[in-house]
Structures are given as C-alpha cells and as structure tokens.
Design a protein around this ligand. Structure first.
Ligand code: GLC
Length: 483
C-alpha cells in the first residue's frame, strides 16, 4: 500500500508535542515492515539546521489569496520511496518556532497550513506518486481532504486515493477569522454550516472531519468521549453524524527509542531483571532536582503546562501532597499562569518541589527513570504518552480515568492481579489525593511496590498492534473509495 503521512510535526525532525512522536513512530514501524510509507513535513528552520537533506529537483507553485507561492521538495534520502519529503517555502516555514512564539500564534497560520495541505498533494503530483492513503493529522492538515475532493480528485494520481484523518486533540481546531477564507484557498461556497463554517469562523479541523473518508482518534475511550458535549468542543454533533466512520486506535511508543536497558540519556541502564540501575537513576534525579529527604517518594510530572493536563488539580492539592510526605519534580512549559502558579509552589516548598520550565529530553527521561510515581491528573487526554513512557521506565502512573489514560492504566486496588497504576474518576483535588495516598500505602511495602514497578515495566504498548490496526483502517478507507 502506498501511504503518505501528512503531519505538521514528526520526530526526529520537529516536535512540540505527542503528535510528533506518533507520526514519527508510526512511519518507522511501517517502514520496518517494508510498507511504502512516506512522511511529508514543512521544511522548518530546525529541520534545515539539523538534518542533511537531498534535492529532488522538483517544485510546484500554489496560488493562494491571489498570489503565487512556490514550493521546493527536499528528500530525506535518495530512494524513490524516501522516509520523508520536506516542503521548502522559506517565507512560511523558515522560522524558529513551528506555530508561534510566546507572544502568540503566527498571524499567517491559516495561509501556512492551507499551503501545506495543498503542498502535500502537489508533492505527490511532482514526485509522480499515486497514494492509496493520505493519512492526515490534526487541524494543520484539515483542509487536505477538502482540497482532494473538490479540486484534485480529477487528476489520475488521486482517482483512488482515500483519506484518513486522525484527531490527536480536539481542543485545538485551527479557528480563523472568515476573512482568511481566500488566503486558505477556499471559496464562499465552502463557508456553510455543513462544511468549514463554525460560529461564523473558519475551522480547519472541521474540514478534516467533514471531508475525510474515515476518522480516528488516539484511544477507544476518547473516540466515545468526543461524542459528548463536554468533550466535543462544539464538534460533537458533527462527529455523532459521522459515528460509523469514527474509530479509536491507541497510540504506542517507540520501544527501541525508549528503552531503559540502552537509553543513552539516562545515567545507568536497568531492566526488570536488575533494577539497581533504576535506584541509581533515582538518586541522580533527587540530587539534580535538589530534593531533600532522599527516602520520600518522588512523583514526576512531564508535560505541556496547559489546563488540559490538570495543573489546577496539582495546584490545589500540592500542599497536602507534600504534607503527606511526597516530593515532586515538574518539567514542562506552556501557559504563563501555570508557570507562575508552579513557580510559587517551588519557592514555598523548596527542597520538596522542583520545577524546571522548558523541555529537556535528558531530564524528561531521568524523571521517567527515577521517579516512583508519575502524575497525569488530566482534565481530558486523547491518548497520553507520558503514562506509557512512565510504565516503560518503571514509574507508577497515577492518572485520572479519561481518554487514553482510562484505556492503558488499570487501578491496582480495583484489580490487584492486573493493576499497573492508580486511577481516580472525579476531577477534584480530593480524588487525586486519595489515589496518591493509596499509592503511598503501597510504597511503604517495599516488596509489593517493587512487584508493581516490574509489572508496569512489562506492559506492552509498542507500535506493532496499533500499526496493524492502522493498516486495517486504511483497508477500510480504500474500500469506501472503491465501493
Ligand atoms: C495530543 C494529545 C495526547 C496524545 C498526543 C498524540 O498531544 O493531547 O493525549 O497522546 O496528541 O496522539
């Protein structure tokens, strides 16, 4: 099957969040199996700086908002089916960040990602590829299924091409003023409630949901939750209409990349057969974070500092958690108000709460490898990768039962023979505190806690199974176009 993965970010090239891990790992899994899959990405500054790319000698011109913008195609290698093609258009992508700076989103994001969505199709034409599947990811690629159906279908290359659209997070939809319609390459005829109009705004995600052949989200539970008004962010009605085309496929993580027995980022390696390296990582983490009382249980948090992640719950319970004898290490960046809130706690609980604003791969992995617990009290969580990494490195997840967290973490007290973490339901500080205190009870019993760590580490959330499911989904999508 000839597959094109259209993504606004993917590891190892460019990353701001989990979508990059998923796009990169899925591609890698497909290619390891010999599938003909190629990723298409914008050529961001960071890609240009850090990777050796090859000229393909092919280019195209796209007219948007009345002016013509050229795109040049670069390749990750010289084979006819390379791992990745990159769309060079310096005026749009050669910037330090992907989507915007601390001051806000780039003002021309509608143009940037409308261009990208067309550029993926133009790349197929220029490289003479007839894809069976174009797999789109999140709002940045939302217009692609629309362009395909309304403008590109008549090209022979796309006569049988099916589109799959993956929702990684419904909370980010790519909403723009309707005055951007022309810049986005759309016509007024598209600006209706059954197409891209959304409360008098232009909605890129909605285009993807309306025009793609099949839709999926990144866990089975989230695929159910998005049909409810409280999680649908205004698109639940549309998703309900497309319910028979909506699937849930849980993400995996790259087990070769994230492997405590060979990870070059952590100070000592370990495995279920010998956890002494984990104890060493724990001591290093305690030292580096400047935590006092080495024996206190350490809870880690790594993630975007956004309201989705349940930071107000952490804020409302942190005094009590520290009072219960816990130490915390937090790594992340994001909304100013959470950075301030957490900085305040780190000041007030010096030696017990350590905060690093930013993102640093090495420290992230040390937190997974050295914490006893890993907190994810998310308000909602389409899949969540942190809990999967925590399991892999033996940090026991404490999570709220939502989205992918509900699908991957089983509560130890509810099911002592299968449990791999601690789970709570209600979005409230007392529910979080209760789950943590159950964890601390077990922590006091060193032998039983160690058994749980081993169980966490033996869980299997590698990509094999999920990649199989994607291939089945692709087959279904193809069937729809053919049939
Ligand atoms: C988004 C979601 C996260 C998911 C990731 C990859 O970042 O918030 O839950 O794991 O996408 O699909």
């Amino acid at each position: 099957m000839r597959t094109i993965i259209a993504a606004p970010e993917a590891v190892p090239y460019a990353k701001t969040g989990g979508l990059a891990d998923v796009a990169g790992a899925l591609l890698k899994e497909f290619r390891n199996r010999g599938e003909k899959a190629t990723l298409v990405l914008p050529l961001y500054e960071t890609v240009r700086k850090n990777f050796r790319l090859y000229r393909t000698g092919r280019s195209f011109v796209i007219t948007l908002g009345g002016h013509s913008v050229p795109g040049v195609i670069w390749s990750s290698d010289r084979s006819p089916c390379p791992a990745a093609w990159f769309v060079e258009c310096d005026e749009l992508y050669n910037r330090t960040e992907l989507y915007g700076t601390a001051l806000g989103d780039y003002h021309d994001n509608a143009l940037r990602y409308a261009f990208f969505s067309k550029a993926v199709l133009e790349t197929c034409l220029a490289m003479d590829v007839s894809p069976d599947i174009i797999h789109c990811n999140d709002w940045q690629t939302g217009l692609l299924p629309l362009f395909l159906r309304d403008y590109y279908r008549r090209k022979v290359h796309f006569a049988r091409t099916a589109t799959v659209f993956t929702i990684h997070n419904l909370g980010y939809q790519g909403l723009f003023n309707k005055s951007e319609l022309r810049n986005a390459g759309l016509e007024w005829g598209h600006f209706t409630a059954d197409k891209v109009e959304f409360h008098d705004m232009l909605n890129f995600m909605k285009a993807g949901l309306v025009y793609s052949d099949l839709i999926n989200t990144v866990s089975v539970t989230y695929a159910r939750e998005v049909l409810l008004p409280e999680n649908g962010f205004g698109l639940d009605g549309l998703l309900k209409k497309r319910k028979k085309d909506l699937y849930g496929i849980i993400n995996g993580i790259d087990y070769a990349e994230y492997d405590p027995s060979s990870d070059p980022f952590i100070p000592k390696h370990f495995s279920v057969n010998d956890l002494s390296g984990r104890d060493y990582c724990r001591r290093e983490l305690v030292k580096e974070a400047g935590l006092r009382d080495e024996d206190r249980p350490v809870a880690g948090f790594v993630g975007r500092l956004a309201s989705q992640k349940g930071l107000d719950l952490i804020g409302d319970s942190i005094d009590e958690l520290i009072g219960m004898g816990m130490n915390m290490v937090i790594l992340g960046r994001g909304e100013e108000r959470y950075q301030k809130l957490l900085s305040g706690f780190a000041e007030g609980h010096r030696g017990h709460v350590s905060l690093r604003i930013g993102f640093e791969e090495r420290l992230a992995r040390l937190i997974y490898a050295g914490s006893d617990f890993f907190l994810m009290p998310s308000r909602y969580e389409p899949c969540g990768l942190g809990q999967l990494l925590a399991l892999r490195y033996g940090a026991v997840p404490v999570v709220r039962r939502t989205g992918g967290l509900a699908d991957t973490i089983t509560d130890f007290d509810e099911d002592p023979s299968e449990g791999n973490g601690f789970v709570f339901d209600e979005y409230s500080p007392s529910a979080l505190i209760d789950a943590v205190s159950r964890g601390l009870d077990l922590f006091a019993d060193k032998r039983r806690f160690r058994d749980l760590v081993v169980r966490a580490m033996t869980a299997d959330f590698s990509w094999q199974r999920s990649a199989d499911r994607y291939l089945l989904l692709y087959e279904k999508a193809l069937g729809k176009v053919a049939g």
